[in-house]
Design a protein around this ligand. Structure first.
Ligand code: CA
Length: 650
């Protein structure tokens, strides 16, 4: 079975000398007559390719030694139809055989992602896949994102969903809670969101796919195989084709419901460090290190990847391109994007926009720890001006609304804190340049960081930290339930009426609670799952959020396309004062049938009187209801405590 090597790689004195491979064919090239495997490992002196007939716990059925073909690449062509077989690589490194691991470019793996699998991708397409289309998207500021963990949607008994915790849960139509209200994908459709952002759904480490009957939960921020769907979300983790087909069925169902799909991608670190796939194949190359030789840890998870090295960057770019084409994923949310270098993020966005210019890229513009990467090269929030078609989360608005995530008792604009007004206005203009903003008074940023509004993701809560409901309870221990509901609704109203891109945490429309738990990354389903009975309890708020979303979609004035338009047509009113924000939008100037819009946000616990700017106004929304046939009002108006008031002239 052993083949003779054609040639051997050079000995390199440092990682920086490793040759870059420019081809786009690393991994497996499959057809029914033969399979070709290519692995980049310039540090290996021999490479072994082992075949198996089982996903785990079995002896190899064949072992091949790969041939060195130059540029750091090892190659092997295996005759015959190999589909269904599992395989792994191991490299001889400095005289020692390292662990057997899957192909880093593997498109299919078996149980627990321990072995790659040969799969005929053409056979993984669901029926009518060829007619699947991305839902229409005219402009990036039209985007309304809903952030969801796969299990949370379906685990609660009141979800009425059969495929609990599976990709297929999102393909079930007609599901209802105990009071006959829609759940699952129907609920998302009723709500009107444009993008569903799925927490990690690539293959991660922390859930044992061989023990799916036992209680397990994890967010999945511990990547193992970047190009394969997670096994615990498939009905059969041992079969690569099943994972792929069911993920595609989910995308197809969401697209049919008019919803685009966003993957949460975590290329910034891997779950394992020394034993990771990358370190077993090309030791140290894919990671940054400290001067003392230890792995640097900007992820806070034990390592950080080296996106600034060409073959790491290539791996990331090839991976997102693959998800965008094979699975028709419509957007990517980069975890701890600040660990990546600016050039990588710009290359990612450019490569995706070549496939489809409506694919949306955004990320967390920060790191979790320090990095050897110079600050000026990091894709952080402050460096968004150097990023093209990449957006970042606004922690300015998030914490301005409810208080710092690092100080649980701190209040924010919606819960009565004085002095947060400028941070809220900063969110309203999507962190862009606006002539009326006093940037020195903004909580975290002393200058606009979004060159264009679509580069700012406005939000108040997400999977991290407390849910908005829990946070408001903790920071306002003496507030009544009614007051908490008012604060909650005021925060959501501000997110959904601000310029930029709106982002909602799943279940926030029915005031999601995790029973006060701050970090539920491995908490039981009982803490994490969406309690669909709350949809009944907070039915009125769910309707209000759906109506606000509909209002945002119907009125371009709330989602202007450029910084210049916002600066020109959105003006803060002279009645702005402590705990009170008032602004007008010239709707007519941006093609809105509401010729003028007047928004008042009262963060105080007192009714505040405002004078209408000019003429008579119709009452559009009040924090509880979006009115259908409002009467015209004039003169002055008392905006109730912790309430928004939105008016228009048509
Ligand atoms: Ca897994």
């Amino acid at each position: 079975m052993q083949d003779n090597q054609k040639s051997t790689p050079e000995i390199y004195s440092s990682i920086d000398e490793y040759p870059e491979y420019l081809g786009n064919d690393l991994g497996l090239d499959y057809n029914q007559r033969f399979s070709t495997f290519k692995l980049w490992s310039p540090s290996a002196s021999k490479v072994k390719l082992s075949f198996y007939d089982k996903a785990i716990y079995s002896e190899p059925i064949a072992i091949h030694y790969m041939d060195y073909s130059g540029e750091g690449v090892w190659e092997k062509k295996v005759e015959g139809d190999q589909s269904g077989k599992y395989y792994s690589f191991s490299v001889l490194h400095q005289g020692k055989w390292l662990m057997e691991v899957p192909d880093p470019y593997a498109k299919a793996v078996g149980t627990n992602g321990l072995r790659a699998q040969v799969v005929d991708l053409d056979k993984t397409n669901p029926a009518n896949w060829s007619s699947d289309k991305r839902p229409a998207l005219a402009a990036p500021t039209d985007i309304i994102i809903y952030e969801l963990h796969m299990r949370d949607l379906s685990l609660h008994p009141a979800a009425g969903i059969k495929n609990k915790g599976k990709f297929l849960a999102l393909t079930e139509n007609g599901t209802k809670n105990n009071e006959d209200l829609s759940t699952g994908i129907d609920h998302l459709k009723d709500l009107g969101i444009t993008h569903l952002h799925l927490l990690p759904s690539y293959d991660f480490n922390s859930v044992d796919e061989s023990k799916l009957d036992s209680a397990q939960f994890n967010w999945g921020y511990d990547p193992q195989n970047y190009n394969v769907p997670e096994g615990s979300y498939a009905t059969d983790p041992s079969d690569g084709a099943t994972r792929i087909r069911e993920f595609k069925q989910m995308v197809q169902a969401l697209h049919k419901a008019g919803i685009r799909v966003v993957m949460d991608v975590v290329y910034n670190h891997t779950g394992a460090t020394e034993t990771s796939i990358f370190n077993q194949l090309v030791p140290d190359y894919y990671y940054r290190k400290n001067d003392n030789g230890s792995f640097s840890n900007a992820s806070g998870c034990g390592n950080e990847t080296s996106s600034d090295r060409p073959m790491t960057r290539k791996m990331i770019i090839e991976s997102v391109k693959y998800w965008a084409t094979e699975y028709r994923v419509d957007g990517f949310r980069f975890d701890l994007m600040g660990i990546h270098d600016i050039e990588t993020m710009n290359s990612v966005a450019a490569a995706l926009h070549q496939i489809d210019p409506t694919i949306f890229v955004y990320g967390e513009g920060w790191t979790a720890g320090d990095s050897p990467l110079p600050e000026s090269d990091r894709a952080t929030k402050i460096n968004v001006p150097k990023l093209k078609n990449v957006a970042a989360f606004s922690d300015d608005l998030r914490d301005g609304l409810k208080g710092s995530v690092f100080n649980h008792r701190e209040q924010g604009f919606v819960s009565g804190k004085i002095g947060n007004e400028e941070s809220i206005k900063f969110g309203i203009v999507a962190s862009t340049q606006h002539p009326q903003l006093d940037y020195k008074a903004v909580n975290y940023s002393n200058a606009p960081w979004a060159p264009q509004p679509h580069q700012c993701i406005n939000y108040v809560s997400c999977h991290d930290n407390h849910t908005l409901f829990d946070r408001l309870k903790i920071s306002n221990p003496n507030a009544s339930d009614k007051q908490i509901e008012r604060m909650h609704s005021l925060a959501q109203t501000i997110v959904l009426t601000s310029q930029g891109v709106s982002f909602l945490h799943a279940g926030t429309e029915f005031l999601r609670t995790k029973s006060g738990e701050e970090n539920s990354y491995k908490s039981p389903d009982a803490i994490n799952q969406l309690d669909w009975n709350r949809k009944t309890k907070y039915k009125k708020n769910v309707q209000y959020i759906a109506d606000l979303i509909a209002m945002r979609k119907a009125h371009p004035a709330f989602r202007m396309g450029t910084t210049e338009l916002i600066a020109k047509h959105l003006s803060f009113n002279s009645q702005c004062s402590e705990q009170l924000i008032a602004y007008e939008i010239d709707g007519a100037a941006v093609g809105d049938r509401w010729k003028k819009i007047f928004v008042v946000l009262n963060g105080s616990d007192q009714t505040k009187k405002v004078n209408f700017p000019h003429g008579r106004w119709k009452y559009a929304a009040n924090g509880e209801v979006v009115f259908k046939n409002p009467k015209a009002l004039g003169g002055s108006f008392g905006v109730p405590a912790q309430r928004p008031a939105i008016f228009y002239q048509d």
